[in-house]
Design a protein. Sequence first.
Length: 448
Amino acid sequence: MSTTAHDGADDVYDLLGIGFGPSNLALAIAVEEHNRAAPATAALRPLFLEKQHRFGWHRGMLIDDATMQVSFLKDLVTMRNPTSDFSFLCYLRERGRLVDFINHKTMFPLRIEFHDYFEWAAARVAHLVAYDSEVVSVAPVEVDGAVRWFDVICREAGEADRLVVRRARNICLATGLEPHLPPGATLSDRIWHNVDLVPGVERIAGAPLRRAIVVGAGQSAAEAVDYLHRRFPTAEVCAVFARYGYTPADDSPFANGVFDPQAVDLYYHAPREVKRRLFDYHRNTNYSVVDGDLIESLYRKQYQERVRGVQRLRILNASQIAQVRSRPDAVEVSVTHLPTGETTTYAADLLVYATGYRPVDAGRLLGDAFGLCARDDEGELRVGRDYRVETAGHVDAGIYLQGGTEHAHGITSTLLSNTAVRVGEILDSIRAHRRAPAGYARHAEAVR
């Protein structure tokens, strides 16, 4: 396998972003805006690497009428730079819908509209992105006993036998989340994770669907139940979850303060036990909870069907999947009712696991560089307030994380709410370390 390397000084990037979802898109915009205003000597040389062939963010869950659960003001830039021409409002103006959106009197756009906003912004910084670039590993580059750079090894589309190496002073991982399945679960033509819901439904749109089963109790699960119920008007749709009912999300003003930038400061500097308590107290702002209006809508549909005597929407609560068996013509799903222990088997045409996501393991991508990262006594990466991973004393190059820092920074680690502010802090950190003299990072580690 051949390798192409870029070893000259002019080929060293100030920043290589790994992954190009909303987080690194926001960082690319922040760098672009910095470079517009900065003198040439202070400009940064960035590149972002994305394995998809174009920008895409949870495309499989772009349900036609699903709305965002975060205000449009928490877009890619506004919380960092309210005058930015990359804002959602500037997008609306360019699309000719600004007045219409204002008249709509909502803070929560359609998800498909916000995705179009992301695509609009991504197209404007396309010169900073290499699509079809799958990062294979990251290797530290040592000079005179110090790690000065990282070599990021990529496999590019159409070049299966050739690896491209790009060198950077800093890398920023924003690889998002990957679908999570229960132990032993496998996917097939009839068994999906909800990440593939919309395209999967399009594939089977003309086929008869007698019964679909959705596993999960969070927002995505409830949306999948509602979507399948609407798209297949003669099918029975069963929701299976261990709770007694869907839990409403706490989106009250005081609770939403947990997403504020200053809340990240408070969380980061709090003792570990306080962090755990705060996280547990406010899990219901984001995890395994459902928008109240959707809960009301599903209950109303179920009740109306009971009145009419034709029940297509069935809530199998306080239950869990006991066994799944695939047949040529169906999926047999055994569901156990937890209070009684009684198990019932259903023949379904479709089983959808809406069982959430988990962070991508940073060690898989960082390779040899992962061994340079410091960990706390619970094995978690030690991450600075600026989202820079603490590393061994001889490492001058920087590793930044967008995601996977909930243990240090709280719930906002993987959410849009604080993205604009977070990327500003990362950019400031990169600039500060760039101005620092050689060996600064090692000296700081020695005196800490």
